[in-house]
Design a protein around this ligand. Structure first.
Ligand SMILES: Nc1nc2c(ncn2[C@@H]2O[C@H](COP(=O)(O)OP(=O)(O)OP(=O)(O)O)[C@@H](O)[C@H]2O)c(=O)[nH]1
Ligand SMILES: [Mg+2]
Length: 251
């Protein structure tokens, strides 16, 4: 078991669960001699099995897509480092929670310290959309921001590359509004549609939340991740260009 899981499990259910995991590391200086703030945020990626959570994370972090389905067991991690602007570097810890975990007892432990979440469904499997509210309710019952508000959640309608996918934009607009999601994107991990765009949008919301939500001190909430998924760095301005066949989004 990884060190992070040891730490999380040891921590149990104490009141630190109210804290978020935005930390600032030692400031370094940019080329203009200005301090660079480095932030670390824990983001959950949840939704039914086989909707494409792992594929989205892999596409975002490594640029790779695999057509083979290898189900996630328990939880996996990946970290993406974004040069947000000349004074800000953001590391997103993406927690890839197995779809089979919804009824598992571990989700409360996995959700701790998260500052935001992504719920993914499969545009070709209506049942996975019906499960979205259940994932959302489960999330809200297990993690909240420091001010007791729900954490921001983005909805991803994945596999929009498939001919059998059905996108009802008006319905999704209404759904996210009524259910308090921060927005939705039609995505394809396969064809790299709206992956960078959706993550960038989520990051902007996370930065807003972190500003107003009194992030805890680093020593209270510092994680070391150990995962088979590599950490990657990108410059948000360079790498978050719209995909060539960008499709619907609503924020
Ligand atoms: N066509 C298409 N296939 C996709 C897309 N995203 C994922 N897949 C395929 O869908 C299957 C499931 O993808 P995963 O990423 O493993 O799904 P998951 O949500 O992580 O599943 P669990 O780990 O079981 O919770 C795999 O065969 C992927 O290749 C997509 O955008 N388009
Ligand atoms: Mg998976």
């Amino acid at each position: 078991m990884s060190k992070i899981m040891d730490d999380v499990l040891e921590d149990g259910d104490n009141d630190k669960s109210q804290q978020q995991n935005s930390i600032s590391k030692e400031p370094t200086l940019n080329n203009n001699g200005q301090p660079i703030q480095q932030h670390l945020y824990k983001i959950l990626v949840i939704g039914d099995y086989a909707v494409g959570k792992t594929s989205i994370i892999k596409r975002y972090c490594t640029g790779v897509f695999s057509p083979n389905y290898k189900l996630t067991i328990g939880v996996d991690f990946a970290v993406k480092e974004l040069v947000w602007d000349e004074k800000t570097v953001v590391s997103l810890q993406l927690w890839d929670i197995a779809g089979h975990e919804r009824f598992g007892t571990m989700t409360r432990v996995y959700y701790k310290y998260a500052i935001a979440a992504i719920i993914v469904f499969d545009l070709c499997r209506p049942a996975t959309f019906e499960a979205v509210t259940k994932w959302r309710d489960d999330l809200n019952s297990k993690v909240v921001l420091g001010n007791q508000e729900p954490i921001p959640v983005l909805l991803l309608a994945n596999k929009c590359d498939l001919k059998s996918s059905v996108i009802d934009a008006e319905m999704l607009d209404n759904f996210v509004r009524e259910n308090n999601f921060i927005g939705w994107f039609a995505t394809s991990a396969h064809s790299n549609i709206n992956i960078d765009e959706s993550m960038r949008f989520l990051t902007s919301k996370v930065l807003e939340v972190a500003k107003t939500n009194h992030p805890p001190k680093p020593e209270e909430n510092s994680f070391q991740l150990q995962s088979d998924q590599s950490t990657t760095t990108s410059n948000s301005k360079q790498n978050d260009k719209p995909s060539s066949n960008s499709t619907t989004c609503c924020t």
